[in-house]
Write a protein that binds this ligand. Structure first.
Ligand SMILES: C[S@@+](CC[C@H](N)C(=O)[O-])C[C@H]1O[C@@H](n2cnc3c(N)ncnc32)[C@H](O)[C@@H]1O
Length: 264
């Protein structure tokens, strides 16, 4: 049974440092490109109207979201625990000549070096509900947050073949944590997430089901992993996933939930 262990930040940093040069490659494949499309479509409509707004991309990695935001004119702060991921982001910003729009910091999202109410919009796209209080602390009142959370039902489904006892405990809410590559995450349902964030002074705007859909749809591995694809099929799959991400009856099926909320 998966037992509770404290999070080992050094191990997390090491793992992402090792992964840094391969991370963006995943988004060049069909499955990654579709996920990026869906996540960006959901985000676009929620961004601040005012381009002077201050945005924090917490656990922002190689700048997958920071870059397009900076190109739109927002002033963005990217923070991440991994030097390797940050270095990739820096190289991309230099190449695109937008380094002046982005501040980069190496830090733990659980201990942010910013005063209370520093940002108008905060993204944290790495399933870290444990950092929620710290992320909320640095969000301005009236500001918005977008946070990825590990989806409890899908985690239980994926865990079933290797550890049925933990899978059952997870689905019955007797177990809260799951491990991915030794990284500890708390898994929640959409309803858990809504209650937890509302208790912390967040008005929940919406919760979408994102990531991991292509493993449950009957799309061949060869297509999922390809780097050249038929554009019409890409659009069809991407539109389908966008609809599924908003469909309440299948919210348990995606790998992540992304919660959009406003600090009141
Ligand atoms: C899956 S990547 C996501 C990167 C980016 N948000 C994106 O959506 O492309 C996860 C990132 O979270 C970072 N990370 C993990 N734990 C962290 C922590 N406690 N504090 C800051 N960053 C962390 C990792 O270094 C890695 O860059």
């Amino acid at each position: 049974m998966a037992e509770d262990r404290p999070k080992d930040i050094e191990r997390v940093r090491k793992r992402w440092n090792e992964h840094a040069n391969r991370y963006d490659g995943w988004y060049e494949r069909f499955e990654g490109a579709v996920e990026h499309y869906v996540e960006w479509e959901l985000l676009k409509g929620r961004l601040p109207q005012n381009r002077d707004a201050k945005i924090l991309d917490a656990a922002g990695g190689t700048g997958r979201i920071t870059l397009p935001l900076a190109k739109m004119g927002y002033s963005v702060t990217l923070c991440d625990i991994s030097t390797g991921m940050i270095n990739v982001a820096k190289q991309k910003l230099i190449k695109e000549r937008i380094s002046d729009k982005v501040k980069i910091l190496e830090c733990d999202v659980g201990d942010l070096p910013f005063p209370d109410e520093s940002f108008d919009f905060i993204l944290c796209w790495d399933g870290m509900i444990e950092a929620a209080n710290e992320l909320i602390r640095v969000t301005k009142r009236g500001g918005k947050i977008s946070i990825f959370l590990m989806n409890r039902c899908r985690e239980a489904i994926d865990l079933l073949p290797e550890d049925p006892a933990s899978a059952l405990a997870l689905i019955k809410s007797r177990l809260d944590y799951i491990y991915h590559d030794e990284e500890k995450h708390r898994a929640v349902t959409a309803e858990d997430a809504r209650k937890l964030f509302e208790a912390e002074g967040i008005r929940v705007i919406d919760i979408y089901a994102v990531c991991g859909w292509l493993n449950v749809l009957p799309i061949p591995e060869k297509v999922r992993e390809s780097r050249n694809w038929d554009e019409k099929f890409f659009r069809q799959v991407a539109e389908m996933l966008l609809r599924l991400s908003k469909e309440p009856s299948v919210k348990g099926m995606s790998r992540h939930l992304v919660l959009y909320g406003e600090r009141i």
